[in-house]
Write a protein that binds this ligand. Structure first.
Ligand code: 5GP
Length: 209
């Protein structure tokens, strides 16, 4: 905030699978040194190319449930066949240190995160331009087998139904435009007065009191 200390923020990007949240999030982080990806725990097995500790912390069911019981997760949910959740400690640390975190979580997790940290969350929902385009993007990804693609298309409508729980909604028609819009949102939200922990002391000095 123009050299003034501030609290970090939690940027949530949600979309149905294939809706673009991962690529948009990656593009945001590539040009922004202060946006750190929150690494979730999941019981889902790794996909080819995914690395433990970078894409997710891949854990078994008992480990996941122990973390929940220890209140070590700020949110968690069952998504499709697996459990996903966000570790609490890195979130608290980032907020205190004025670092921003990016979350690729579903609507259930977004709700819990908002309830836990209402002043800190900034949420963006990415809508596909059409269901045909979503299906095409899912199939083109080709990481999941056809049965998973079909199931995710079936789930997409019920996920999209939560679009109105988000602060900002972008139709992801053109990738570059979507990234530019998300950057603008982030830039403005960083300047919110409520995050400016250094503002009051700055103004005191400014006015010589
Ligand atoms: P995938 O298995 O494709 O990586 O993710 C499946 C879904 O789980 C996506 O919608 C993703 O946003 C969601 N997800 C990933 N991590 C978390 C998390 O920590 N919490 C919640 N609530 N959802 C998550």
């Amino acid at each position: 905030m123009n050299g003034i200390a501030r609290r970090g923020l939690l940027l949530v990007l949600s979309s149905p699978s294939g809706g673009g949240k991962t690529s948009v999030g990656r593009a945001l982080r590539e040009t922004d040194a202060n946006l750190h990806l929150s690494v979730s725990l999941t019981t889902r097995p790794p996909r080819p190319g995914e690395t433990d500790g970078i894409d997710y912390h891949f854990v078994d069911e008992p480990t996941f449930l122990r973390a929940v019981a220890a209140d070590a997760m700020v949110e968690h949910a069952q998504v499709y066949a697996h459990r996903y959740g966000t570790p609490r400690a890195p979130v608290a640390k980032a907020l205190d240190e004025g670092r921003d975190m990016l979350f690729d979580i579903d609507w259930q997790g977004t709700r819990q995160l908002r309830a836990a940290l209402p002043g800190d969350i900034v949420s963006i929902y990415l809508l596909p331009p059409s269901m045909e385009e979503l299906s095409r993007r899912l199939a083109a990804r080709a990481q999941d087998d056809a049965a998973i693609v079909a199931r995710r298309m079936a789930q997409a409508a019920s996920e999209i139904a939560h679009w109105d729980e988000y602060d900002y909604v972008l139709v992801n028609r053109d990738f570059d435009e979507t990234v530019a819009a998300a950057r603008s949102i982030l830039a403005a939200e960083r300047l919110r007065r409520s995050r400016g922990t250094g503002l009051a002391p700055f103004v005191s000095r400014l006015l010589g009191s």
